[in-house]
Design a protein around this ligand. Structure first.
Ligand code: HEC
Ligand code: HEC
Ligand code: HEC
Length: 100
């Protein structure tokens, strides 16, 4: 059984951008734990403490690391900026990274 069912783990994290002019990203745990187990992401992809994952940056996402491990081929793509950055206006156009 997925522990999220047991604990009802459904918190949505707001992950602040490291650039001052950019709106942050949202990470809804519940949407992910419906598909995935905790150990698909913890501890090897993400630290369990918010904003503590070393090297976690948008550029790494676009390189197919962190969020980009799945949001390149399996889940909706990195180019769909607004689904992770709901407050972002007229996002720039990027090339889709090659899935690993
Ligand atoms: C799809 C990937 C993914 C899955 C699956 C996942 N998490 Fe997370 N979790 C994250 C990310 C990303 C962060 C934020 C890490 C950071 O900012 O460095 C996080 C942070 C956390 C935190 C810290 C929250 C806070 O408010 O500071 C806890 C606790 C946590 N996860 C528990 C769990 C548990 C329990 C499960 C399984 C039910 C789970 N996670 C499944 C990606 C995931
Ligand atoms: C282990 C695989 C995996 C990782 C890593 C991952 N996701 Fe996801 N994510 C998914 C899947 C699967 C879905 C559901 C299918 C879809 O919507 O494409 C999803 C859906 C979402 C949604 C849509 C929720 C909705 O309302 O429809 C958001 C937002 C999201 N992810 C953000 C993130 C962010 C931010 C990160 C990095 C902190 C991340 N994800 C890392 C697999 C992953
Ligand atoms: C799958 C989710 C996801 C998608 C899609 C996404 N981002 Fe991000 N983005 C994040 C997360 C999470 C962070 C915060 C990372 C951190 O902790 O620094 C972030 C941070 C940023 C930052 C700030 C720099 C930084 O490293 O903090 C910029 C700029 C950015 N994103 C631009 C974009 C643009 C432009 C797009 C569309 C081409 C996009 N993002 C699509 C999740 C996503």
């Amino acid at each position: 059984m997925n522990p999220s069912e047991k604990f009802g783990f459904d918190n949505t994290l707001e992950l602040a951008a490291e650039w001052s002019m950019v709106s942050g990203a949202v990470f809804p745990h519940g949407k992910h734990t419906a598909w995935l187990d905790c150990n698909d992401c913890h501890p090897h992809l993400f630290n369990i403490k918010r904003k503590f994952t070393e090297g976690f940056r948008m550029t790494s996402n676009l390189d197919g690391e962190y969020c980009g491990v799945c949001h390149t081929g399996v889940a909706f793509p990195m180019t769909d900026c607004k689904r992770c950055h709901p407050a972002m206006r007229s996002p720039p156009v990027y090339q889709e990274p090659v899935p690993r």
